[in-house]
Design a protein around this ligand. Structure first.
Ligand SMILES: [Zn+2]
Length: 183
């Protein structure tokens, strides 16, 4: 009697089905239009996927699938491409999605703007120290790009709200920790 071999298919086939089965971005939950497949934080493009010819049975694929996520292009760019570390862009994005009522499009505008500004300031070698004290938009005023300056200012104010919220949450955590310590 021969043992029935489980059916095996190339990884690229599974991924194709996986891609078609994904309807919403794993990060921002936006309805997916153009899909970016990501494995362990790295974007894998169409051509690379077509070359993934390892044969897997269904069980092996179930394991492998845990490594993959489908993202919208915006989140793919944001999470997988190198960012200047001037601003905490990913934290900012999370904040806008979770703590404000902004639409996806508006969040995207804020994030893109701040990211652009971060790159600009990094290129100018501006000290991140300026983010620590006083008002962000005033501190950075001399270095804001000459075009769309007001838009950058607005984004900076929003970012300042995010930082304030972060500090507030940190203080709350310490306070809760202190109370737990007493009991
Ligand atoms: Zn997304």
């Amino acid at each position: 009697m021969t043992v029935q071999q489980p059916k095996r298919r190339p990884l690229s086939r599974y991924l194709k089905d996986f891609k078609h089965s994904q309807t919403h971005c794993a990060h921002c939950h936006k309805l997916l239009d153009r899909i970016t497949l990501v494995r362990r934080g790295e974007i894998v493009n169409k051509i690379a996927i077509s070359r993934l010819d390892t044969l897997l049975d269904e069980a092996a694929w179930q394991q492998e699938q845990k490594e993959w996520v489908a993202l919208c292009r915006f989140c793919g760019d944001l999470h997988c491409k190198e960012q200047s570390d001037f601003f905490d862009i990913i934290g900012f994005k999370q904040y806008l999605f979770e703590q404000t009522e902004m639409s996806h499009g508006t969040v995207r505008e804020y994030v893109v703007r701040l990211r652009r500004l971060g790159n600009h300031l990094s290129e100018l070698n501006i000290s991140r120290q300026l983010l620590e004290e006083g008002f962000l938009d005033e501190n950075l005023e001399p270095w804001l790009p000459a075009t769309s300056t007001n838009n950058y200012r607005i984004a900076l104010r929003k970012y300042a709200q995010f930082k304030a919220q972060m500090r507030f949450t940190a203080v709350q955590k310490v306070a809760v920790g202190a109370v737990t310590d007493i009991y």
